[in-house]
Write a protein that binds this ligand. Structure first.
Ligand code: NGQ
Ligand code: ZN
Length: 493
């Protein structure tokens, strides 16, 4: 299977011309730049303003769209539903209790709900500046674990939600076979997740037809990828087969491979007991981890693991607001980046849908523990748009996030996708700013959203802060959320 069939950089004639007042190119703000967008939604060329003399100029500070590397879209409707309990009883408010609430929530979630909730999450992401999303999709079956008439029912709902929103999508069906390192059978809510390697291959083959043909203007907006839920969700034998498959680069497999790993300390202890190694250590020893891989969370890593992830060129998918919400712990970002490590950001459980908020929480976690200020900003040499902490964080989220999704984006350059976010230069957060202060102020000036326009593949999907279908999407979401919000939390969670 070649999931990269659509990646022939555009020989086609420009479909449209976008003219930007200011565009971030590399680490410089350039004035009055025209972007020629091909039929395939990619940047055909960056040209001087004369080329687009007749076209309307988009005012503001334009930057690349941010890739969201990790999403479970359905969890958007349960944000805030698992905050009960707590206090001194650590078990009552643990990650594992949160997971029980999530399983309970899944008992009522229908395919219509999946689509409605995902569309709402995707519209919100676009409005905040994400232009593509990696959907780590493990909700394959109806409650109780049967099979839908169409095996790919829930996947198709995700594709439709992404179409409704107009967001770029990397859909990654997930392998999920066991309920723990001991090979425990799936139970309760987990019955909806059952999927083996062959099942994922079948799903991907079926979906390949749906994601569009080369030349189809939408084709480049959808891609497919692979995921394994976690080391605890597959047996050793299954994992070896998956690793062999991925390692064989069968049919030129270049798609991303994502896995949750080392998020909770309990998982580290269980992995040590079951496999004689820490989770990331075990993964690196037993899988051909390379630039195609995204290690989601990787919270609990020692120095050797940090160095080795960086050396392999894999991306760590950090989900700062979810990791904070779930009390996971802090990834050693400074050490990792010091070794040349790459990271993208994801919104995971969707307690936030904003790139600025994810990056702010990420940076603040580091500052609070290290008792320092910018961990990434190049404070010694304050030049260029990326020289401050906000720009340095965004730069990684753009470039490494694009790598993690196999997405030709994160840069304003010929051949890349024409995914752009325009920041309103008159917004109170940004007015009077210039140079690196623009990006620093986007990330560090609070929660007001200065995003005015968003383009995906050259198509304007957010205009003056609004999405053309946001009311219709919100209406469907409200219907689902009203019903789903009445779940009874398992006591204490
Ligand atoms: C998930 N979420 O698959 O949605 C997981 C929880 C698990 C996060 N880890 C379930 N944030 O890890 O088993
Ligand atoms: Zn996740």
């Amino acid at each position: 299977m070649n999931v990269d069939a659509h990646d022939d950089p555009g020989e086609t004639a420009p479909r449209s011309i976008l003219r930007f007042e200011r565009l971030l190119v590399g680490d410089q703000w350039r004035r009055d730049v025209c972007v020629e967008v091909g039929e395939d939604g990619r940047i055909a060329s960056l040209a001087p303003a004369e080329i687009g003399a007749g076209s309307e100029r988009v005012a503001g500070w334009t930057v690349p769209g941010v890739p969201n590397v990790h999403s479970h879209a359905f969890q958007r409707a349960m944000a805030g539903l698992a905050e009960g309990g707590g206090g001194t009883d650590r078990r009552a408010s643990s990650f594992w209790r949160w997971r029980e609430v999530m399983y309970e929530f899944l008992r009522r979630l229908s395919p219509d709900d999946v689509e409605a909730v995902a569309a709402q999450a995707y519209v919100e992401m676009l409005k905040a500046g994400f232009t593509c999303v990696g959907e780590f999709h493990y909700l394959h079956h109806p409650p109780g674990g049967g099979t839908y008439d169409d095996e790919a029912e829930t996947s198709r709902r995700i594709l439709r939600a992404a179409d409704t929103a107009g967001i770029g999508l990397v859909h990654m069906p997930v392998v999920y076979e066991t309920g723990g390192f001991g090979g425990e059978p799936l139970r309760g809510g987990q019955l909806r997740f059952r999927m083996d390697l062959e099942g994922v291959r079948r799903l991907l083959e079926g979906l390949e037809r749906d994601i569009g043909r080369p030349g189809d203007a939408q084709a480049g907006r959808r891609r497919l990828g692979w995921a394994v839920h976690s080391l605890r969700a597959v047996s050793r034998e299954s994992f070896d087969r998956i690793a062999d498959f991925v390692g064989s680069r069968e049919s030129g497999l270049q798609s991303p491979v994502h896995i949750h790993v080392a998020e909770q300390e309990r998982e580290v202890r269980e992995c040590l007991a079951a496999r004689g190694a820490r989770p990331v250590e075990w993964l690196l020893d037993n899988a051909p981890v390379d630039e195609r891989w995204c290690l989601v969370h990787a919270t609990h890593v020692d120095d050797a693991e940090v160095r080795e992830i960086a050396a392999r060129g894999a991306v760590v998918g950090l989900c700062p607001t979810t990791e904070a919400n779930l009390g996971d712990g802090l990834f050693p970002l400074g050490r990792f980046v010091g070794c040349g490590g790459r990271f993208g950001i994801g919104t995971d459980s969707h307690v936030s849908r904003s790139p600025a908020e994810e990056l702010r929480v990420l940076e603040y976690g580091q500052r609070l523990t290290l008792r320092t200020r910018s961990v990434l900003g190049r404070t010694a040499d304050q030049e260029g748009a990326l020289a401050g902490a906000g720009g340095a964080l965004l730069d990684r989220a753009w470039q490494d996030g694009a790598q993690a999704l196999g997405w030709d984006g994160g840069r304003a350059a010929a051949g890349c996708r024409a995914d752009f976010v325009v920041l309103d230069s008159d917004h109170p957060a940004l007015v009077g700013r210039d140079g690196h202060a623009v990006l620093d102020s986007w990330v560090f000036s609070g929660t007001d959203n200065p995003v005015s326009h968003v383009f995906v593949g050259g198509v304007r999907v957010i205009e003056d802060g609004r999405h053309a279908r946001e009311e219709e999407v919100a209406r469907a979401f409200r219907e689902s959320a009203r019903r789903l919000g009445r779940i009874r939390s398992p006591s204490g969670a």
